[in-house]
Design a protein around this ligand. Structure first.
Ligand SMILES: [Zn+2]
Length: 82
């Protein structure tokens, strides 16, 4: 009987610990999910664009801008624009 009580207590402690851990992880995810703001107070977003040749999606920061569009690589820019 004594062991059952100890086991029950251990389960309760474990359950509470798991609940707290989940809440902490959720808090962490929430705080990471908030977007950082720049000095001007604008929300920084990672804009995803599609390559004009192969239509692969990539962040705008990694795309190459050509005369007629944006491309995923220099090879595609050259291929599309000659
Ligand atoms: Zn491409």
């Amino acid at each position: 009987m004594k062991y059952l009580l100890i086991l029950g207590l251990a389960l309760v402690v474990f359950w509470l610990w798991q609940g707290r851990r989940r809440a902490t992880l959720a808090d962490k995810a929430r705080s990471q999910g908030t977007r950082p703001t720049s000095a001007r107070g604008q929300v920084q977003t990672t804009e995803i664009i599609a390559c004009d040749l192969c239509e692969v999606h990539l962040p705008r920061a990694e795309a190459l801008t050509g005369g007629r569009g944006v491309y995923c690589s220099d090879a595609h820019r050259r291929q599309a624009e000659g």
